[in-house]
Design a protein around this ligand. Structure first.
Ligand code: ATP
Ligand code: MG
Length: 497
């Protein structure tokens, strides 16, 4: 295979020791409906800024502690400063970061993430998203002159288990890929370069306008999809031309919902089922990460949903991650609040050790290059490096890979991953076939027992049971078993071809 002379090499530096992800709880003020139902009653009692007591009619008092608890009077700025600001600062130093809002429908996830509106709202009510935008651009201004930053924005939603590009609705089934160097990637997702906060906010508001939102009995503007805002922050050193990139993901999850409470029907019901399924896949991943053996032996079911696959880096360690568990304080929703708190308490055990990925332009010697070609190549490279900036070089590299001129460093990984996929699909299919086989055997056993009982009964009571009908029954069962084996055989043949 032709190996190209120009490519980026990545190497990683661990940032810090393993640390647990940051988990905070936030209780919104009681809604007017909750006040109607239960007056001012609440199911939590504040102890301090990290601890509170949960109590409702059904359970005994439970004490919960998180990195920080934001009560109903907390300000949006408190949440930003504690939860997001350190992650923003790290992302500017090429450490990937993820901030997730989680919780029951109507609990305040989107309010915490966006605020009442992304473009115009009371300054105090601005959510994490506009504050992150401001924070990023402020940090780039403060950086020393040798660092040049470029910021790109992407927005996708996972709607009915499909990843949709919110900046280009024609891309409604984006594929998720994994590269050993760059982690989880969304293939072909739009990346919008933004140069200042107003441009970034305008771009984000267009994406938000495309997001799936619906009305339920629990929330007039309920998010019907999981939404992911992705900031790609590239820092290039003008001194040595080294570049490094930090990715910051803000994830506004759709809320878990009890269908009888939300009054979901038709499309809203289908959406609710898909949302609940992917949230339980998220719960399974958190369980697998926090219990059982660590290391290669422990299978983490990231591939069970698009959500967990996209969050693989955030949960699997290579990201600074913060989780905001949004809750209602009302006794009406105490069960859902308890389940959100349990989720948060478990997630707190996840450990992370994010790394910085450096990219170095380097020249690879090529076996097939003759000295003349090599000389020409070096000349061309030198000229390119002088006249092009890093972004143009990247575009060229991508083009060369597409044309087959350059070797794609991800292709081997992709084929390895594809093989892994086929292997895991085959294992699941065989497991399914085995389960079917076992249930058929169980059925046949039962039939056999019935027949045996009939024979015994006939013998005991000297009943004349027709031998022929017994034989017909046995041969019928055997026929069923034979057909089933045949179909299993055809399934295997087709599957392996
Ligand atoms: N901290 C808060 N202060 C004031 N109002 C809030 C707060 N949190 C939430 N709300 C209000 O509660 C309502 C529901 O909030 P929001 O839409 O953020 O819920 P959600 O968790 O995103 O629900 P879903 O999962 O259905 O999308 C909104 O009207 C919002 O303005
Ligand atoms: Mg929402």
């Amino acid at each position: 295979m032709l190996r190209g002379p120009l490519r980026f090499d990545y190497y990683f530096c661990p940032v810090r020791e393993m640390s647990n992800i940051t988990v905070c709880a936030r209780f919104r003020p009681l809604s007017s409906k909750e006040r109607q139902d239960h007056g001012d009653a609440v199911c939590i009692q504040c102890v301090d800024s990290e601890t509170f007591i949960f109590k409702d009619e059904k359970t005994e008092e439970l004490t919960y502690s998180f990195d920080r608890v934001f009560y109903d009077k907390s300000e949006q700025t408190d949440v930003y400063r504690f939860l997001a600001q350190p992650i923003v600062q790290d992302a500017l130093n090429a450490v990937n970061g993820t901030i997730i809002t989680f919780g029951q429908t109507g609990a305040g996830k989107t309010y915490s993430m966006e605020g009442p509106g992304i473009l115009e709202c009371d300054a105090a009510e601005k959510g994490l998203l506009p504050r992150v935008v401001e924070g990023i651009f402020e940090c780039t201004k403060l950086a020393d002159e040798t660092s040049k930053y470029s910021i790109k924005l992407s927005m996708v939603e996972i709607y009915m288990e499909k990843v949709r590009d919110l900046f280009d609705l024609s891309r409604d089934n984006i594929q998720i890929k994994e590269s050993k160097t760059q982690g989880i990637m969304l293939n072909g997702m739009t990346e919008m370069p933004v140069k200042d906060p107003p441009e970034a906010l305008l771009t984000l508001s267009k994406g938000i306008g495309n997001r799936a939102v619906g009305e339920t009995q629990m929330n007039v503007a309920s998010s019907r999809s999981h939404c992911i805002y992705i900031f790609t922050i590239q820092q290039e050193s003008t001194k040595d031309k080294r570049a490094r990139t930090g990715k910051l993901n803000l994830v506004d999850l759709a809320g878990s919902e009890k269908v009888e409470k939300t009054g979901a029907e038709g499309r809203i019901l289908e959406e609710a089922k898909t949302i609940n399924k992917s949230l339980s896949a998220l719960g399974n991943v958190i369980n697998a990460l926090t219990c059982g053996p660590t290391g290669r032996g422990n299978h983490i079911p990231y591939r069970d949903s698009k959500l967990t696959r996209i969050l693989q880096d955030a949960l699997g360690g290579n990201s600074r991650t913060a989780l905001l568990c949004c809750c209602s304080p009302s006794p009406t929703n105490s069960l859902e609040t308890l389940s959100t708190l349990r989720f948060g308490a478990r997630a707190k055990h996840i450990k992370a050790s994010p790394r910085v990925a450096y990219e170095d332009k380097c020249i690879r010697e090529l076996e097939v290059f003759t000295p003349v070609k090599r000389e020409l190549r070096d000349k061309l490279l030198n000229e390119l490096q002088v006249s092009l900036d890093i972004e143009q070089v990247q575009i060229l590299e991508e083009l060369f890979i597409q044309e087959g001129i350059l070797f794609d460093p991800c292709s081997i990984e992709e084929s390895e991953l594809a093989n892994e996929d086929v292997a895991s699909q085959t294992i699941s299919s065989l497991q399914l076939a085995l389960e079917e086989l076992l249930s058929t055997i169980a059925e046949l056993k039962k039939e056999n027992e019935v027949l045996m009982a009939r024979v015994t009964a006939a013998e005991l009571h000297h009943e004349s049971i027709s031998n022929s009908s017994l034989l017909v029954s046995i041969s019928c069962n055997l026929g069923l078993f034979r057909d089933w084996l045949k179909s299993l055989f055809h399934f295997s043949i087709n599957h392996y071809n």
